[in-house]
Design a protein around this ligand. Structure first.
Ligand code: 5GP
Ligand code: MG
Ligand code: MG
Length: 183
């Protein structure tokens, strides 16, 4: 476990920064092969995907653009509502673009299936999804995620961009919060 003081709030480390780094390199090789000769547009979903986006973009040996969206589907709780609001929209014109949505985690899949349909409706040539983490519930929704880093158990995780009440995003590892944090 890292020596960061807030790491004491984790009951266990699920993925170390080394494992995450290796997985992002592996995904990047697949993405490079699939988008050879293309000018890719990475769309990062704020705020959780900031770390994945930064590492993936630097790992990819492809010409690319980066843009950002902020959407909200959770309110203040930990359950997806299915209601998606755009808090910050893209700056880019998507017409004819090959778009890769970069996400931290797919849980119910509601956010991503809504987002993909939304971006497709703006005239993108293709819209694919890369998610670092996927939870079991994602299987219940018909959302095709082409690039998945890790399938994880159905626990609430934080770190590497993922928050609990806006904390823990700066942890280098991904871990499960200790019970004392909730109480
Ligand atoms: P979905 O619509 O797939 O249920 O929700 C996706 C979003 O919910 C993610 O982008 C993330 O913001 C949040 N989320 C889902 N599961 C977790 C989790 O285990 N930890 C954290 N921190 N956020 C989560
Ligand atoms: Mg997210
Ligand atoms: Mg959050």
């Amino acid at each position: 476990m890292e020596s960061n003081e807030i790491a004491g709030d984790l009951s266990k480390v699920l993925l170390t920064q080394q494992e995450i780094h290796d997985k992002i390199a592996e995904l990047s090789r697949r993405i490079e092969a699939d988008y050879e000769g293309e000018n890719l547009l990475l769309v990062g979903v704020l705020k959780g995907a900031v770390m994945v986006m930064a590492d993936l973009a630097r790992e990819l040996k492809l010409p690319l653009n980066m843009d950002w969206m902020a959407v909200s589907s959770y309110g203040s709780g930990t359950k997806s509502s299915g209601v998606v609001r755009i808090l910050k929209d893209l700056d880019s014109d998507l017409t004819g673009r090959k778009v890769l949505i970069v996400e931290d985690i797919i849980d119910s899949g509601l956010t991503l299936s809504w987002l993909r349909a939304n971006l497709e409706s703006r005239g993108a040539a293709s819209v694919e999804i890369c998610a670092l983490l996927r939870k079991p519930d994602a299987a219940k929704v018909e959302v095709d995620v082409r690039y998945v880093g890790f399938d994880i158990p159905n626990e609430f995780v934080v770190g590497y961009g993922l928050d609990y009440a806006e904390k823990y995003r700066n942890l280098r590892d991904v871990g499960v919060l200790a019970p004392h944090v909730y109480s």
